[in-house]
Design a protein around this ligand. Structure first.
Ligand SMILES: Cc1cc2nc3c(=O)[nH]c(=O)nc-3n(C[C@H](O)[C@H](O)[C@H](O)COP(=O)(O)OP(=O)(O)OC[C@H]3O[C@@H](n4cnc5c(N)ncnc54)[C@H](O)[C@@H]3O)c2cc1C
Length: 317
């Protein structure tokens, strides 16, 4: 019988940290899902680049940010899951630029900009992820998207090559960017426009209160589950299909904002994904519209399957 080499033994020696069988669920907003076979936190950019160059190409690599747009399936994620650490969270403001690491939280970037009397980044206080996740998702809120404020970003590819990307090369569209899925954003430069401190502070308060009113932000959710379509908001289609409050196992469609799915406490990732699929089925039956998942689903189910997924999600099995 051939004995498989444990994954850890196939990985290069690094200055960062490897953890086997890492509980990924607790890192995500949904608080569900199986473990990462190995989690890796790079010590710095050099360490990350060395890791990428030296890791055998058959080992799957997935990067995650704050896990606010992720559904990790119950069977976990094979290969290595990268979580950029504190060295990628720095925020500096100089020469008309907000220079931020990819692991900086959007809200911290918004607050740092506000403290420096910089306007235009207030919307980031309404997105509970990291800058890396915002670049991947072209995150947006309250009338602005990351593409509107991006000067340039830095990313490493699967060979560890560092590239500076200008906004034109992103292929941004609604909640999407076309940068290859295996590229890892490590930082970004954002536009720093001087503003009126009182107006900036008022805008931040307005956004915080609008979010609190409209979204179940204190629950285990991943925000908007499905993308809006060209002709309708996803929540309207879901409402018309009678799905508000729908329950499967421990998962429920939010009563407050019916494009949000909620883990009521006992949901598995399977419950949440099945509920999402049931919503899609009912919306299609009612409106002949096929909703597209905005939440990224990664990993495999308990039975080893992956459910329905987009081609880019399939890469992260
Ligand atoms: C309550 C709530 C409200 C929300 N409201 C909004 C909103 O108003 N607008 C909005 O746009 N989104 C919203 N979201 C969704 C989510 O916050 C955004 O999509 C966010 O940008 C995801 O960032 P993250 O760091 O959590 O990424 P994750 O959820 O960890 O990952 C999301 C995707 O980004 C990729 N990724 C993460 N980091 C990197 C990196 N460094 N390099 C390359 N790829 C990376 C992952 O592989 C994955 O494909 C909301 C979520 C919640 C829970």
């Amino acid at each position: 019988m051939i004995k498989e080499t444990p994954l850890l033994e196939r990985l290069p020696t690094v200055n960062g940290e490897y953890v086997e069988n890492f509980n990924l669920g607790r890192m995500t907003w949904f608080k569900v899902g199986g473990p990462a076979e190995v989690a890796y936190t790079p010590a710095d950019l050099t360490d990350l680049r060395h890791f990428l160059l030296e890791t055998p190409r058959d080992i799957p690599i997935t990067v995650i940010g704050a896990g606010s747009n992720l559904l990790v399936r119950d069977g976990g994620v094979a290969g290595v899951v990268i979580r950029l650490g504190a060295r990628f969270s720095k925020i500096e403001i100089r020469d008309g630029i907000v220079k931020t690491g990819a692991m900086a939280m959007d809200i911290q970037v918004a607050r740092a900009a506000a403290r420096a009397d910089i306007t235009g980044l207030e919307f980031l206080s309404g997105v509970p992820g990291t800058i890396g996740g915002a670049l991947r998702m072209n995150a947006g809120a309250y009338g602005s998207e990351i593409q509107d404020v991006l000067v340039r970003a830095r990313a490493v590819d699967r060979d560890g090559v560092l590239t500076v990307l200008l906004p034109d090369s992103f292929g941004f569209s609604y909640r999407h960017c076309a940068v290859p899925e295996d590229w890892i954003f490590v930082g970004a430069d954002l536009i720093a426009r001087p503003g009126d401190p009182a107006k900036i502070a008022a805008r931040m308060v307005e956004i915080a209160s609008a979010r609190g009113d409209a979204q179940p932000i204190r629950t285990r959710t991943s925000g908007s589950t499905f993308k809006n379509t060209d002709s309708a908001k996803a929540w309207e289609l879901i409402d018309q299909a009678g799905c508000r409050g729908l329950i499967i196992g421990g998962a429920r469609v939010s009563e407050q904002h019916c494009n949000f799915l909620i883990n009521t406490g006992s949901a598995t990732a399977g419950d949440l994904e099945n509920l999402g699929e049931e919503v899609r089925r009912r919306v299609h039956e009612q409106s002949a519209v096929t909703l597209e998942w905005e939440v990224k689903r990664i990993g495999v189910s308990h039975d080893g399957s992956r459910g329905s997924e987009t081609p880019e999600e399939a890469r992260h099995g």
